[in-house]
Design a binder for this molecule. Sequence first.
Ligand SMILES: [Cu+2]
Length: 136
Amino acid sequence: MKKLITIILLLFSNYLLADITFKNPIIKNNFGKKVTAGFATIISDEDLEIIDISSNISKRIEIHTMLMEGDVMKMRKIESPIITTKKPLQLKKSGDHLMIYDLTENLDDLKNITLSFSFKNNSGEVIKKDVDFLVQ
Ligand SMILES: [Cu+2]
């Protein structure tokens, strides 16, 4: 009986986890270069922090923002990227973006790349989501 209750609770807790949507996930074809960028709009019905992004094509994936230093546009890593129910995280050209370093594959050969995202909610629970990005 105890086991059954645990199973029911586990099933139920899954339904309570955040509903996360990725709109237009795209990774730019880099034509043989070792670094590329990715874009998507990440929407959630719960406030979340991105704590990890991983993939088998790269060991180092970060989220960057662009800012002006004098006249020069620079990229900076966002240490704790946040998605709120009111404000989706928009990763787009000339704005915040995914930065994918040390590519181990030539993207010419790939149509899709799966990135694994780990999120943390306000209760400290970790939610994992695999997302297929279109190579474009
Ligand atoms: Cu960047």
